[in-house]
Design a protein around this ligand. Structure first.
Ligand code: CA
Ligand code: CA
Length: 106
């Protein structure tokens, strides 16, 4: 009887620990996503909702400042053009929010 109650206690503790971990992971993720959106707005100088290559470079630099995704590596190695081509999924020369969101989910 005593064994059973101890096992149950352990299970409850483990479940709470997992729930806490999951919550903190999403809590960390959400402000970064909000920051990335703010960076997109700030980088989109002409406010057309899309980033051309110059605006995209600004976007990467803002993201690197906030340690978002691979931006700091892109900035360190100066790989803006490569990153821009990767983000521009349909190759029309501008990067939309949707294209960035799709890339972030990969
Ligand atoms: Ca723009
Ligand atoms: Ca595009």
């Amino acid at each position: 009887m005593r064994m059973i109650s101890r096992t149950t206690t352990h299970l409850v503790v483990a479940t709470v620990a997992i729930a806490t971990l999951t919550q903190s992971a999403s809590a960390n993720d959400s402000p970064k996503r909000a920051q990335a959106q703010a960076n997109f707005q700030a980088a989109d100088v002409d406010k057309n909702g899309q980033l051309n290559s110059a605006e995209f470079k600004t976007f990467i630099n803002h993201n690197a400042d906030h340690n978002i995704g691979r931006a700091s590596s892109v900035r360190r190695f100066g790989m803006y053009t490569k990153a821009f081509k990767e983000a521009d999924a349909n190759g029309d020369g501008v990067v939309t929010k949707e294209e960035i969101a799709a890339q972030a989910q990969q």
